[in-house]
Write a protein that binds this ligand. Structure first.
Ligand SMILES: [Zn+2]
Length: 344
């Protein structure tokens, strides 16, 4: 079950990031992508193709509707970063909007997205919330302990107004599934990427580590954890929000500069998420089927790690707030209407 995968250039380990676009604005994320670029990381930044005019916890975040931001995202792609899909919008979207989102993405970036991660509690999320679990025991535990108030995720459910499973299957290669509090994902499972039975619409899932904000990111990439990742010749894919506390007054948080600089000096491979997953899929002879006890264990570990992560949740300084405010004002000036207008 443990295939030793070798990485290009005989690098010792692999590391990538899937950046969920919550709270990201052009002005805010530019310094962090400059840093990643300079250090040689080519990671995955996600986008929302469509704007949302109604009230939302994520209001102010930039979308591909902003021409300047869209140009910047295109430029990141040209530099070798991958642009991922974080769903159509910051709030729930029905099928027609999701179709439109894919077209806006393609018009902006010249192709359809390859990798997707669900956002918050959007109704169009694919296999999200309780629907992530295949085993009844974990579904029951999740319902009892964690997901009681979750609205149902229905993106994969044919017949729902939020259904887009067929579009996902046509356009996407990789869908993020469970998240863990361990940098080396091979400590969770050797099957990355993997598929599961009974989940039509998804060609392959990938697990990831997760750091909600800057403080958790710095902790997840501590020197000790980096050393262990290298020693174990491991695989790291970190989900995070670069929009949450990473930049202050135009400069990247010094703790982030430090952990990323140290990491860049190690003999790792730092490609975008889909490039890394393509390589792993080739190395394991295709998309591995995760089933039976191995899947049961992964679901159980995610449950346990989710519990641990909640206890380790870190408060951070919301340095993005003035940026979100400025981005909102810019949008109002451009569109000649208020951000609090009616929802589309
Ligand atoms: Zn999100």
């Amino acid at each position: 079950m443990t295939t030793r995968v070798s990485f290009p250039g005989d690098r010792q380990f692999a590391f990538s990031i899937f950046d969920d676009t919550d709270d990201a604005t052009l002005e805010y994320i530019r310094p962090i992508y400059q840093l990643l670029d300079r250090l040689g990381f080519r990671t995955t930044k996600s986008v929302w193709p469509l704007p949302y005019q109604g009230p939302s916890d994520y209001q102010g975040s930039d979308t591909l509707d902003d021409p300047e931001y869209a140009r910047y995202v295109r430029d990141l792609q040209d530099r070798g970063f991958e642009i991922g899909f974080h769903g159509a919008r910051m709030e729930s979207s029905e099928r027609a909007q999701i179709e439109k989102a894919f077209e806006v993405y393609r018009q902006t970036l010249g192709r359809y997205p390859t990798a997707y991660a669900a956002h918050a509690q959007n109704r169009d999320n694919l296999y999200w919330g309780i629907e992530r679990f295949r085993f009844r025991l974990w579904r029951w535990m999740y319902a009892a302990l964690a997901g009681r108030r979750d609205p149902p995720a229905e993106g994969h459910r044919a017949g729902s107004p939020f259904y887009w499973g067929d579009l996902a299957e046509r356009h996407l290669r990789y869908v993020r599934s469970f998240t863990f509090d361990d940098l080396n994902l091979w400590n969770i499972t050797a099957a990355v990427p993997y598929r599961t039975a009974g989940t039509p619409g998804v060609r392959a899932f990938f697990p990831s580590s997760f750091a909600d904000n800057v403080e958790e990111f710095i902790e997840l990439l501590s020197p000790a954890r980096q050393a262990r990742l290298e020693r174990e010749r491991g695989l790291a894919i970190v989900g995070t929000h670069f929009g949450k506390g990473f930049v202050r007054d135009g400069a990247v948080h010094p703790g982030v500069v430090e952990v990323l600089t140290r990491l860049a000096q190690r003999p790792g491979w730092f490609p975008p998420v889909s490039t890394l997953l393509d390589h792993l899929a080739d190395a394991q002879g295709g998309i591995a089927l995760l089933a039976g006890y191995r899947l049961f264990r992964v679901e159980g570990l995610s449950f346990w790690h989710g519990w641990r992560a909640r206890r380790r949740h870190r408060i951070y300084d919301r340095t993005q707030n003035p940026y979100l405010q400025r981005a909102s004002e810019r949008r109002v000036a451009r569109n000649g209407r208020g951000a609090a207008g009616s929802a589309e």
